[in-house]
Design a protein around this ligand. Structure first.
Ligand SMILES: [Zn+2]
Length: 242
């Protein structure tokens, strides 16, 4: 199993690793800081170099239990086995800002409009999340939610990652009144949870990458919304620097 360095350190941009398996257009490493697409967050991009040759990684995906670094073109003969990985930091840092923004937005909508988050897609440029139960999301509501969320982001809250045994994590989140839906869906075989805590505002189980402080997010801007039927609304949002 690949050691997922990004689970502990979201700011790791470079790392050394060893190729354990080469496929036609993907390599598997013994350790990686590349985030594989999952939990609504897109996969990382970047480059792998063995000192002589550099290959570009266009995407990172989880296939069964393996993290596949999808490469552009084919892997040159004799590439590796020791490599140095460098993330496309512009891409990844945007993902981190958007992911933290999504958690704050979701918690805000839970507290203020009683909405539950039922899906999300975190990616640079514009991200989205699905909420229910809600039939209309008016411009007036958008402006009001922006003001509320941006005031929370401006609070300079620390974003912390904590690993907890399953039962402790469930209890911790339940007592604080946070959304439990997804945690109950996690297979019993998972005994340790990665809990993301945003100051005194939010906590949830998440494997994604996040910024360390809410101020790094900047400000949220809500764009269009889409009626998904059955009381579900999809909300698109972008970020602007403060
Ligand atoms: Zn998350």
């Amino acid at each position: 199993m690949t050691d997922l360095l990004h689970m502990r350190n979201n700011y790791l941009r470079e790392f050394d690793a060893r190729i354990v398996k080469s496929l036609e257009s993907a390599v598997i490493l013994d350790r990686t800081a590349f985030y594989p697409e999952g939990g609504g967050q897109v996969g990382d991009r970047g480059a792998l170099s063995d000192g002589n040759t550099t290959i570009q990684v266009s995407d990172t995906r989880k296939v069964d239990d393996e993290v596949h670094h999808i490469v552009v073109g084919s892997i040159p003969n004799g590439f590796g086995p020791q490599v140095h990985g460098v993330l496309d930091w512009t891409w990844r840092y945007q993902c981190m800002r958007f992911h933290t923004a999504q958690h704050v937005l979701s918690r805000y909508l839970q507290l203020n409009l009683g909405l539950e988050t039922v899906g999300n897609m975190v990616k640079p440029g514009e991200s989205r999340a699905d909420y229910r139960p809600i039939d209309h999301f008016t411009d007036e509501m958008k402006r009001s939610v922006e003001v509320g969320v941006n005031a929370i982001l401006a609070r300079n809250m620390k974003v912390e990652i904590r690993f907890m045994p399953r039962q402790e994590a469930m209890l911790f989140l339940k007592q604080a009144g946070y959304q439990m839906r997804y945690m109950e869906m996690v297979p019993e075989s998972v005994t340790e949870f990665r809990v993301l805590i945003i100051g005194d505002f939010d906590a949830s189980s998440c494997a994604g990458t996040h910024v360390a402080n809410t101020q790094e997010v900047g400000m949220i801007q809500i764009g269009k919304n889409k009626n998904m039927g059955a009381g579900k609304q999809r909300i698109y949002f972008s970020l602007i620097d403060r």
